[in-house]
Write a protein that binds this ligand. Structure first.
Ligand code: GLU
Ligand code: ZN
Length: 462
């Protein structure tokens, strides 16, 4: 029995959901669902300049579209409300006051230019850049002097000069960081907003999160966050850092690999279940290889099989899961997904010939519109059949209507052609292509009138 897990997804609403974040959201969701715990959605919007309400709305919609739901969040509330950090100032203020009373934080008056210069000097001296401790032991008089000059301080956490921070990462195993390697870090920015190190850790603790699952890029943030929690005597959640997503070439997944956000895949017509099936297997080995329905994922999720190696997102894999998903959808669902008026018979016709809705466009042209001009190979097949073949086809059509079985039988009798010699020119004249959905339903959708026009065209032009 998996112990009850309270997990969360804590996105910053600064853009559409990146696949990497969608994956950690999905794993966190699965962990909560598998264990019968809770899944929390928290919006980390303390960066007022980059956070936008429309991104937050989009984010919720994208997660719902993927098939995820949550037990607490900005849209549904919950015992730890509010769930947007921009609305949690009151709580943070109390905790800052406690840190100040304990003397583990201090105001820093350094300007961005001063900090920049200090980092440059450290780099030149071959040392890793970190806060030099400039304001750590300012006298009261010096602080007043800064304030008198109108400088607004940030608040820094005073990291002890010696000692270690240890924790067990449930993906990476035992971790140990020397405090002497960690510079004093900002817990409150000069504009009064909470820094990531502070509010991310504090909120996890006070919201009762037991398992924080996030990308590898946050591993080195964890010791700082633990120092804040320890100082405040807040409970430490467990942390696990999964390997990042990379593209097919092994480089971190980015724009140059094509689509990288959930929104882009949705807009192209990929299905939520297809995306989940691919994400489920990225940096995680479940106990089944085949397609899973969204409701089946939690039972097959194995948190102990989360990996630290980078995981490859490959669109070819996604296409595989897309086909598997389409194969399990009803005609009505396919019709809705195609989002065209052509109706159920059309959906049935093309369902095995499309991966994305745009793949249906040529078949819509086949049944409703004009065929594109034929290529050279196709013209050769038409020419080999000769005008007489198409005259006979038009005549057979008048007798058989759109009953393709009768039509081909009559045509075979009258032209002496059979097999590919019969079907290829017929299919080409009707659809402009040598492959595609079954001819019988296709002919019905094309209708006798259009079919006749297409035969006559070749009777006169080949
Ligand atoms: N807001 C942070 C991010 O989007 C959350 C990181 C975390 O999951 O702790 O990177
Ligand atoms: Zn300073």
């Amino acid at each position: 029995m998996t112990p009850l897990a309270v997990t969360r997804f804590a996105p910053s609403p600064t853009g559409s959901v990146h696949l990497g974040n969608a994956r950690t959201a999905f794993f966190s969701y699965l962990w909560a669902r598998k264990s019968g715990g809770r899944f929390i959605l928290r919006i980390e919007d303390t960066d007022v300049e980059r956070s936008e309400l429309r991104f937050r709305d989009e984010l919720l919609a994208e997660l719902h579209w993927l098939g995820l739901d949550w037990d607490e969040g900005p849209d549904i509330g919950g015992p730890s409300a509010p769930y947007a950090q921009s609305e949690r100032h009151g709580l943070y203020a109390e905790l800052y006051a406690r840190l100040e009373a304990q003397g583990v934080v201090y105001p820093c008056y350094c300007t961005p230019e001063e900090l920049d210069l200090s980092r440059k000097l450290q780099r030149m001296a071959g040392r890793p850049p970190r806060y030099a401790g400039t304001c750590r032991s300012l006298s009261l008089a010096e602080r007043h002097a800064h304030e008198a000059r109108g400088r607004r301080p940030s608040l820094r956490f005073a990291v002890p000069c010696a000692g270690e921070v240890e924790f067990i990462d449930f993906v990476h195993g035992a971790q140990r960081f020397h405090m002497s390697d960690i510079g004093d870090f900002i817990v409150r920015r000069e504009d009064g907003t909470a820094s990531f190190f502070f509010c991310n850790a504090v909120d996890d603790a006070v919201m009762g999160v037991t398992h924080v699952l996030r990308g590898d890029d946050h591993l080195t943030n964890t010791p700082r966050q633990l120092m804040v929690l320890d100082a405040l005597k807040l409970p430490r959640p467990g942390y696990g850092h999964v390997g990042l997503l990379v593209g097919a070439d092994g480089a971190p997944l980015s724009k140059r690999h094509g689509s990288t956000s959930v929104q882009e895949f949705r807009q192209r017509g990929f299905l939520g279940a297809a995306l989940l099936n691919h994400l489920f297997r990225l940096g995680h080995t479940g106990d089944v290889d085949g397609w899973l329905a969204p409701a089946e994922f939690p039972a097959h999720f194995r948190p102990e099989h989360l990996g630290k190696a980078p995981a490859r997102f490959e669109e070819s894999q996604l296409v595989h899961w897309q086909k598997e998903t389409l194969g399990r959808m009803s005609v009505a669902e396919i019709g809705a997904w195609l989002d065209i008026e052509a109706g159920a018979p059309f959906a049935e016709l093309v369902r095995h010939n499309v991966v994305l809705p745009r793949d249906a466009a040529p078949w819509i042209a086949v049944i409703k519109g004009e065929l594109p001009p034929l290529g050279e190979d196709e013209r050769r097949i038409i020419a080999a059949a000769g005008p007489g073949f198409f005259t006979a086809a038009a005549a057979a059509l008048d007798e058989a209507g759109t009953d393709s079985k009768r039509l081909t039988k009559l045509l075979a009798e009258r032209t002496g052609r059979k097999g590919a010699d019969l079907y290829m020119p017929l299919r080409l004249a009707l659809t402009g292509q040598t492959h595609g959905p079954e001819l019988a339903p296709l002919l019905k959708l094309i209708g006798a009138e259009t079919a006749r026009r297409r035969f006559e065209f070749h009777a006169q032009n080949s």
